[in-house]
Write a protein that binds this ligand. Structure first.
Ligand code: SF4
Ligand code: SF4
Length: 241
């Protein structure tokens, strides 16, 4: 049975324990950061930062609101990035959990910008050597009966993980509860993704790519490029050995 997350932003305190736990479990290095006058740190996802708590302040209906959005790959049910990758096993969906996983073969993807451009949530990041990276659902932990590191450490109950049916049911139940306080509350793209966010306000207030952007998915240009890739790719391989 596939897995899913519920991230209930209405009880997120912005503590960033999930961000740190992700770094620790994946042994990812810290990054140089700058104070830019807000609590946002670092400024964006990167090859070394798979989980990032986005922080915004907004005046909504005359009240100041802190809007925290613990961002990560959504593990799409029909992942556009997997469809855009053009090298065997560069990106695969684990059938047991639904985790969308990037492998060392992402270095050989012929058009890495297609993978990046296909993601409606602007998640994949590329290193200088061509490798791409993002959240892997802590697949090694999950396969051994453990929670993803970010879920395990969350002190407020904002992060949930479990069998998809149970998580979808929990998400719908929480939405009804939250709507008594926040009438505009909604679940973001719950039928398309395995990481379901519950937000109190319009998703764009949290982050430009909180909700699937119209620009995501496989474009006609990408599809045309892919038609010619096998010849070019394996032709190059023969030439380079
Ligand atoms: S959110 Fe983006 S990177 Fe993650 S599975 Fe979906 S398309 Fe791929
Ligand atoms: S650990 Fe939980 S409360 Fe803290 S930032 Fe992450 S989701 Fe929010």
């Amino acid at each position: 049975m596939s897995k899913s997350f519920l991230i209930d932003t209405t009880v997120c305190s912005g503590c960033r324990a999930c961000q740190v736990a992700c770094k620790q479990w994946h042994n990812l290095p810290a990054e140089d950061t700058k104070n830019v006058g807000s609590y946002q740190n670092p400024q964006d996802l990167s090859f070394d930062t798979y989980k990032l708590v986005r922080m915004n302040e907004a005046e909504i209906d005359g009240k100041l609101q802190w809007l925290f959005f613990p961002e990560q790959c959504r593990h799409c049910i029909d992942a556009p990035c997997e469809a855009a990758a053009d090298y065997p096993a560069a990106i695969f969906t684990d059938t047991a959990t639904g985790a969308v996983v990037y492998t060392a073969n992402t270095r050989d993807v012929y058009e890495p910008e297609d993978v990046v451009g296909s993601c409606p949530y602007n998640v994949p990041r590329k290193a200088e050597n061509g490798l791409m990276a993002k959240c892997d659902m802590c697949l090694d932990r999950v396969q051994n009966g453990l929670l993803p590191a970010c879920v395990k450490v969350c002190p407020t109950g904002a992060m949930h993980f479990g069998d998809r049916e149970e998580i979808v049911e929990l998400a719908r139940k929480r939405l009804q509860e939250v709507r008594t306080r926040f009438p505009q509350a909604m679940l973001i793209d719950p039928d398309e993704v395995r990481v379901i966010y519950l937000v109190a306000f319009e998703p764009k207030r949290y982050h430009d790519f909180a909700m699937a952007s119209a620009g995501g998915g496989i474009t006609r240009q990408m599809a045309l490029r892919r038609m010619f890739r096998p010849v070019r790719k394996f032709g190059n391989r023969l030439l380079t050995g």
